[in-house]
Design a binder for this molecule. Structure first.
Ligand code: SF4
Length: 244
């Protein structure tokens, strides 16, 4: 049982090394929010959807990306060959709910072009190999950056990597666990080394961080008073006046 007094909270901050603090973070979020398990069982169509969704959700909420995905399916622009057969402006109309629709239409079609022309339309062929090989292959596709490539690698290919996003940067900084200035690969390596290569657990880690960031550890007005990480969070303790 945690010591809930201000002194107890300070003692925890002073004595705990980083690896233990990350483990505490994972367990506390899992206990508070429950298992998230995004896409626990995706078939070939599901893996394709995860990849297209990862592009569509860039800089927007998943609910908006999901509306764009539903439009593509409803219009018969699915899977890759059908999506490629449409003019780009027609795809842009369909993905409009995801925002930045012209550039996202181009990105989605470029992903489909590589899938069809270089991998025979097989998502399994595109995602074959170890995590570093797959991620490098995805990063070579125009419009796929590190966060998108890692989401595809972890959730579609089910290979071990860590998805670093704005929520992960913010949480690491507020917990004072940040491995340095924000730099994608630095954070990915830091979390991956601490979290290990268990794909199930990495799936949970990212999902829990996103949920926590959306619900509690908000950019403005975080709900520190109801946060399960408060006893280990210098930022939250300062915000509530528990420490100097
Ligand atoms: S205590 Fe506040 S700042 Fe710290 S993790 Fe929780 S919500 Fe975020």
């Amino acid at each position: 049982m945690a010591d809930g007094t201000a002194a107890g909270r300070r003692r925890r901050l002073e004595r705990t090394p980083d690896a233990d603090r990350l483990e505490f973070t994972y367990r506390a979020l899992l206990e508070a929010l429950g298992p998230q398990q995004w896409w626990p069982h995706a078939d070939e169509d599901g893996r394709f959807e995860i990849c297209i969704g990862a592009i569509l959700t860039q800089n927007t909420a998943w609910t908006s990306a999901a509306r764009a995905l539903a439009n593509l399916r409803a219009a018969g622009a699915w899977p890759a060959e059908a999506l490629l057969a449409l003019p780009q402006d027609a795809v842009a109309d369909l993905v409009r709910p995801a925002g930045h629709f012209n550039v996202k239409a181009r990105k989605v079609q470029e992903f489909c072009r590589v899938l069809v022309e270089e991998h025979g339309g097989s998502i399994d062929a595109l995602l074959a190999g170890n995590a570093e090989v797959v991620r490098a292959r995805l990063l070579a596709i125009w419009g796929v950056g590190p966060e998108t490539a890692d989401a595809m690698t972890l959730y579609a290919a089910r290979l071990p990597t860590f998805v670093v996003d704005a929520y992960a940067y913010r949480l690491a900084e507020r917990l004072e666990l940040a491995p340095g200035p924000r730099q994608y690969e630095r954070y990915r390596r830091f979390f991956l080394e601490a979290a290990g290569d268990d794909v199930h657990r990495l799936n949970e880690w990212h999902a829990l961080i996103v949920r926590h960031g959306q619900r509690t550890c908000r950019r403005s007005n975080p709900h520190c008073d109801e946060c399960p990480l408060l006893e280990d969070c210098p930022f939250g303790q300062r915000t509530l006046g528990l420490t100097d």
